[in-house]
Design a binder for this molecule. Structure first.
Ligand code: F0G
Length: 458
């Protein structure tokens, strides 16, 4: 018989997690002001809040940590990270930062000015936040297919070249500091960008003389999808695909907490020496000296090792097949999902799931709270609360997609956990019509409100 799929790792260390009762959870989420970020981790049974920094490091990563060099300047750990970035991603210059948004802060301090426009494919919230904070505007040029959860497009992260060209053609070059392409595209559901699209964006950018920057948090998962779905790449290694992907970028920001499988860390990488010099000034001010930038030597070692492991096919296949397993299981209960399934998470279409709740009562947030109460599973809203208010009109933005994200930490949970998550969501789906009301905002911060928002039942 055909042998079934099995994980390409075995488990050497475990961490106990605790179940709770429904009554306990009803009380805890109320005390948390109906904001899942406010829960304590021991009030959560399975934590799908994020795949960021929540992965399990390998024995080789832990071993690398033991030989971290904690010298302030010129540590060997810095050079290990530099070599990994050069050999895997192909960039000459890099600056370590403590995480992805710090990389954005440093790089955008050089590049983004008031009144600028930054086109891209569904910018991640911190990326958009760092653009809007500088009184510039993020323009979404994602293909329309991304906004219909039922369309089976293989590369829903793609940039719509017509939308992009409209922005480039109708604005002076000085107003557009760069184009940002997020691989995979988190905000549209962990959806990949095709190699062909990266190539075309790069060609168009060259034509208009504008640099291309990758938001590369999940670049390896993107490469896996290119290998599986794009013609001509089926026999290439992940590392070969990664090298070609980055050949179309002038610079990149990286949250290493995702595809480099570390708990904390990030970097900026670039080809241009002058940009490196300018960014170095901000890195020293905000992060730390240019050879550690907010990271300890041991963490840089783990990151270098993680970049290598994270771009191996067997690891990626194990990872993404688990996400797919969860998706299929949930789908078998009739729950509406974003398809095809993303790389790092399953996205539930909350607008369809709770179609009887008005959007003003935050469908995805309501669903996230119900899922927590049902099974102690913590997810995250990727909908109207995250979309925030328009920075100028202050009117609530209601995005085309109202999603609940179930992000799967790397190498952490088993498929029994996936079954449990799917059943919890299946139960909520069965009783969805008993959910009569959503939630209203009681307190919100002026920017990136989702982290600290306080809600009450309608
Ligand atoms: N870019 C993308 C595409 C991201 O998904 C994230 C973080 C960042 C940048 C910022 O990186 O967290 O290291 O500062 N995403 C996390 C998530 C928070 O849950 O998706 P960071």
């Amino acid at each position: 018989m055909k042998l079934p799929f099995a994980e390409s790792f075995k488990i050497k260390m475990v961490e106990p997690i605790r179940k709770s009762t429904r009554e306990e959870r009803i009380g805890w989420i109320k005390d948390a002001k109906y904001n899942l970020f406010n829960l304590r981790s021991d009030q959560v049974f399975i934590d799908l809040l994020t795949d960021s920094g929540t992965g399990a490091m390998s024995d080789r990563q832990w071993a690398a940590m033991m030989i971290g060099d904690e010298s302030y300047a010129g540590a060997s750990s810095y050079f290990k990270m530099k070599n990994a970035i050069k050999s895997i991603l192909g960039f000459e210059y890099f600056l370590p930062t403590h995480q992805g948004r710090a990389a954005e802060n440093v790089l955008f301090s050089v590049l983004v000015k008031e009144g600028n426009l930054v086109p891209g494919n569904s910018h991640f919230d911190t990326t958009k936040g760092h653009i809007e904070f500088r009184k510039a505007k993020a323009i979404d040029c994602t293909i329309d297919e991304a906004f219909d959860t039922t369309v089976l497009h293989p590369f829903k992260g793609n940039v719509d070249l017509n939308k992009l060209e409209t922005v480039l053609k109708n604005n002076p070059k000085e107003k557009i500091p760069f184009i940002i392409v997020t691989v995979t595209c988190n905000s549209s559901g962990g959806q990949p960008v095709s190699m062909n699209n990266l190539k075309e964006v790069s060609a168009m950018a060259k034509k208009y003389g504008i640099p291309v920057i990758f938001d590369a948090a999940r670049f390896a998962e993107n490469a896996y999808f290119i290998k599986l779905r794009e013609k001509g790449y089926e026999n290439k290694t992940i590392k070969e695909i990664v090298a070609e992907m980055f050949s179309y970028a002038d610079a990149m920001t990286m949250s290493a907490k995702k595809d480099a499988i570390v708990n904390m860390g990030g970097f900026i990488a670039m080809r241009d020496k002058e940009l490196f010099r300018q960014a170095s000034v901000f890195n020293i001010m905000f992060e730390g000296y240019i050879t550690y930038g907010g990271m300890s030597g041991r963490d840089m070692n783990a990151l270098a090792q993680g970049l290598d492991e994270g771009t191996e096919f067997d690891y990626l296949e194990t990872r993404i097949k688990q996400v797919e397993y969860l998706g299929e299981k949930i789908k078998s209960y009739g729950v509406p999902l974003q398809e095809p399934f993303g790389g790092h998470a399953i996205f539930v279409d909350a607008k369809k799931f709770l179609s009887h709740i008005p959007k003003e009562e935050f469908q995805a947030q309501t669903l996230g709270i119900e899922l927590y109460i049902e099974g102690g599973v913590r997810s995250v809203e990727i909908g109207a609360i995250l979309a925030d208010r328009d920075p100028i009109t202050r009117v609530n933005r209601y995005p085309a997609l109202e999603l609940l994200r179930l992000a799967i930490p790397r190498r952490v949970y088993t498929n029994n956990h996936m079954d449990y998550i799917a059943a919890s969501l299946g139960n909520v789906y069965e009783r969805r019509l008993e959910i009569r009301h959503g939630f209203a905002i009681k307190y919100e911060a002026p920017i990136m409100r989702h982290f600290t928002v306080e809600m009450e039942k309608v």
